[in-house]
Each structure stands twice: as C-alpha cells, then as structure tokens.
Design a protein around this ligand. Structure first.
Ligand code: NAP
Length: 480
C-alpha cells in the first residue's frame, strides 16, 4: 500500500541549536525523510541557527554528514540529497546577545509559515522568545517548538510557561513529547475510537490491569551529569509514561482535535490518586555497569529505575490498577502498553483446558505493532484443548511498508507543527498537572532521604518490583 502524503504549505523553519546533537540525530534526518517523501514543498527553507560562526556551506556539509550517519545509504539518492541541501541556510546567532538577530529578520519571508524550533537548553527559551519579538521577527501566527525537559518541578514549569506566554499564545506553543509522535501511540487512539470492538470493554469491568513499560538497555552514558539531577521519575515518568497512561485511560474525546484530546488527558492526570510509598520501587543499577560509576556523586540517591502502581480514581477505572515501570541497564530494550483483560466470567471448559485471558499489547519499540492474544482450540483430535494465539498486526507487514520506513516520531511531529496541528503536543496545563502530581512523590523521597534499591545490570529490574506485582497475584510481562 502506498502511503498518502499530503504536502504542507511553504515554510521557514529556524532551528535554534542547529549545530547540536538533537538537530543532527533527529530533526534534520526527519526533515530529509519528509522531503524525500514529497511532503515538503519546493520553496520550504530550513535555517540552522547557533553560536558557532560558520558559513551556510559549512553547516550544509555538516548536515550531509549527519544524514549519512543516521539514515540508511539506500535512502540517500544523490539528486535527492542535493535538492534537500539546497533548502538549507545558516546564521550565527547568540540567544543571549544581539549578534545575528537583524540578519535573521532580513532572511524571514512574510508569506510563508514561520516556525522556530528551540533545540537548545531550556534556560535559553526565554531569551529566544524575547528576541524573536523585540527584533520584530515572529509574527502572531508563528509557531515555536520546545523540547524536553519542560521544567524540573511545578514551580519551574510554571515559570517556563509564564516566560513563553509573555511573547506567544498557547496556540503557538508546541511542547514536544516524541512518544506521542510514534505511529503505535496514534494507533492506540485509532484502535480505541475507530472500532466498536474495544471501547465497550475498556473499563474496570473487563480490564484486570494495565502495564506500561519503557525499558532501556543502555545506562546513563555521557548524560550522567544531567541525569543525576533528574532521575527516572523526572526524565521518563512525568512526561513519556504519563502521556501513555493518559492516552490509554482517557475518555473518548468528542473529536480528534487538539483541545478535545488534551482536555481528556488532563482529566486523567487530575484523577490520579496519590501513590502510597509502598506502591513505588526505586532502583539503581549495579554490577557490570554501575550507576554510581556513571555519575559524579559517589553517594547519589537518584533512581535509574522506577516501578509504580497507580489508580485512576474515576468510574471507568475504579479497581483497575495501572502498573508503570521504566529503567536503564535492563535486560532488553522495549516500550509497550499492555492491557490485560479479565478471564471469562465462567468457563465452560475443563479447568486445565488452557483457557487464557485476552491480552492486547501495543508495542512502541522495537518493531512497532499491535498484538491481541485470543483463545482458540488447538487443532487436531484429543478433546477441547485450548491455546492462546496472537492476532498480530505488525504495521510494516500488514500495510506492506518496509519496517525501516516506519516514520520516526519527529517526522510526524515537525510536519504537524508546520500544519498547525497541536493534537500530539502537550498543553501548558497538562505539563503543570503532571508536575503537580509528581512533585509530592519526589519531595517525599527527599524528606525521607530515600535510598534506591540495587538491581543487576542486564536484569529485569529490582526484586522489589517483582514483588509489587506478585503481592497482587500478577506478574510483569517478560522483557523480550
Ligand atoms: P547540544 O548538543 O548541547 O546542543 C546545544 C545547541 O544549543 C548547540 O547547537 C549550541 O550551539 C546551541 N547554543 C548554546 N548556547 C547558545 C546560545 N547562547 N545562542 C545560540 N545557540 C546556542 O544539546 P542537544 O542534545 O541538541 O539538546 C537540545 C535540546 O533538546 C535540549 O533542551 C535537550 O534537553 C533537548 N533534548 C535533546 C535530546 C537528545 O537526544 N539530544 C533528546 C530530547 C530532548 P553552539 O554549539 O554552536 O554554540
């Protein structure tokens, strides 16, 4: 099946932080892919902006190297790459100084969509927003894209929101959580709200529990200094896992439209019960790699793993726990949302026939896809022997796409910015509500000087996290 590509309007996209790691690894390769797919119009322009003084030609060469590093060779046709690179320009600009701003103003066109990607440290967001205005560059319909982390607690997130609000309306601000740009996450909404099959069962009467996992094989690596001030709760739970939880638990929005979807997500965060300390496990990896060797503070109490049991206190979910876990240096990399349905109310088969409860798993990575396990009869004679088999919907197979061409989240999200669609971006109040829920938990750890438990590098996580499930008579899904 050939994918339908709807071209976007002509645009000027300025990437502040255009010489940085995120630009190199994600933003520029994503833009190239959209270009090669025909979504970018002829007169689209991408302007890199950073402090480094260099010519447009030098930056273009650097971008070319980045494409070669992060995209498969077969995608990089010579003519295509040349045509893409011709759309690039560069300006040396200082976010906190005056250099480069008049030149940027002179470059911007009046009659195309304006977007400014703030791919710089959050401490520079305010300076960028202010200068875009004081230099008369950003129009009233310009869009700004801001990266994570969006604050480190409620107070800093509120301050960041207030700073941006001085110069930009909420409708102009695109807060990225790249998990929302993943095909499977959007498919979760398509599955729930585009079929009649699931929604009637999507509640406490039929769902036993939900597991949300984001597991990484790698440690904190070169990010030790940043990570140690953050930890898994701030780095992963407050944003990515919370967003996945919201999309899974939310009520049907009346339309697939930015504020309708975001209103429903916000209600989920506000419905979360405070978590008992006995329902949270914090861990630090030890052994072959050790967290304490990867960070500066030899006595750090920052968690590299977290598992927790949550309750969404509303009619739909009363009695259905949501178990979340995320961690580094685990046995395998994998992200998924798994909905464990209840067993049939009464089994007509013999007790040992093999009847299993249905499980719907939504895999975000690797191999994005959806898998529903259903019970059928084992073929052949020998009575009614039951077996559960997967109804596997691997997108790549089902839709005839090459798996390596499943669009990266950034491709979708950047084009949404250009199209002016905020549905898959976090609204300011959502981010604040998530911090308002997270803050007391983190403050509690601090007040108690809580020490994370150890878990072996390459394991499935701390023993205590297994117990969190076992004591409820449940178990975590295996990390593949
Ligand atoms: P980075 O590699 O350190 O790059 C920072 C960029 O900011 C560079 O292009 C740098 O340009 C520019 N910059 C620094 N000071 C500046 C100033 N005063 N004026 C103008 N430009 C300035 O950082 P990054 O990893 O790309 O991260 C960028 C943002 O994305 C951060 O907010 C980060 O938290 C977020 N993020 C990154 C990742 C990732 O995978 N890298 C993932 C999620 C979120 P010069 O070097 O030329 O000065």
């Amino acid at each position: 099946m050939v994918s339908r590509v709807i071209p976007v309007d002509p645009f000027d996209l300025v990437i502040f932080g255009g010489t940085g790691d995120l630009a190199r690894r994600k933003i520029l390769p994503a833009l190239f892919r959209r270009f090669s797919d025909g979504q970018m119009p002829e007169d689209a322009r991408i302007i890199g902006a950073a402090r480094t003084k260099q010519t447009a030609a030098a930056w273009t060469k650097w971008v070319h190297e980045a494409l070669k590093e992060f995209l498969p060779k077969e995608e990089l046709g010579k003519t295509l790459v040349k045509a893409f690179l011709e759309r690039l320009d560069y300006l040396a600009i200082d976010a906190v100084g005056e250099a480069g701003w008049p030149e940027l103003k002179a470059k911007m066109r009046d009659d195309v969509t304006q977007a400014f990607y703030f791919s710089v440290a959050p401490s520079l967001f305010g300076a960028l927003a202010e200068r875009l205005h004081s230099n008369g560059i950003a129009r009233a319909d310009a869009r700004i894209v801001v990266e994570k982390p969006f604050g480190r607690d409620l107070a800093s997130a509120q301050a960041l929101n207030a700073t941006l609000a001085e110069h930009f309306a909420e409708t102009q601000i695109y807060r990225i959580d790249h998990y929302l740009g993943k095909e499977t996450v959007q498919n979760l909404m398509a599955i729930r709200f585009g079929n009649v099959l699931f929604e009637p069962l999507w509640n406490a009467q039929y769902v036993d529990h939900v597991q949300i996992t984001v597991a990484e094989e790698v440690g904190v690596g070169g990010r030790g200094a940043y990570y140690d001030k953050s930890g898994a709760m701030r780095d992963m739970v407050q944003n990515h896992l919370m967003q996945l939880l919201c999309l899974t638990a939310m009520e049907p929005p009346n339309r697939f439209e930015p504020n309708a979807v975001r209103d429903e997500k916000l209600k989920v965060i506000r419905a979360l019960d405070p978590v008992a300390s006995t329902d949270i496990v914090r861990g630090q990896y030890v052994g072959k790699s050790s967290y304490l060797d990867d960070v500066e503070d030899p006595a750090s109490r920052t968690e590299s793993y977290i598992a927790m049991k949550l309750h969404v206190a509303n009619w739909r979910w009363n009695g259905t726990p949501f178990y979340l876990r995320t961690g580094k240096c685990l046995k395998a990399r994998g992200s998924e949302i798994v909905v464990h349905f209840k067993e049939t109310p009464h089994s007509i088969f013999e007790e040992d026939a093999g009847n299993k409860a249905n499980v719907l798993s939504i895999r975000l990575q690797p191999n994005e896809g959806i898998d529903l396990r259903v019970t059928i009869k084992e073929p052949g004679p020998g009575g009614m022997r039951l077996v559960d088999v997967p109804l596997d919907m691997s997108f790549a197979d089902a839709l005839g796409h090459d798996a390596s061409h499943v669009p990266d989240a950034y491709e979708r999200l950047i084009m949404d910015v250009i199209r002016g669609d905020q549905t898959l971006f976090m609204r300011g109040d959502e981010v604040e509500a998530a911090w308002a829920w997270t803050d007391p938990i983190i403050e509690g750890w601090k007040a108690r000087n809580d020490k994370p438990v150890d878990y072996e590098t390459g394991s499935t996580g701390p023993e205590e996290a297994l117990m969190l499930m076992h004591r409820d008579g449940r178990r975590w899904r295996d990390l593949a």
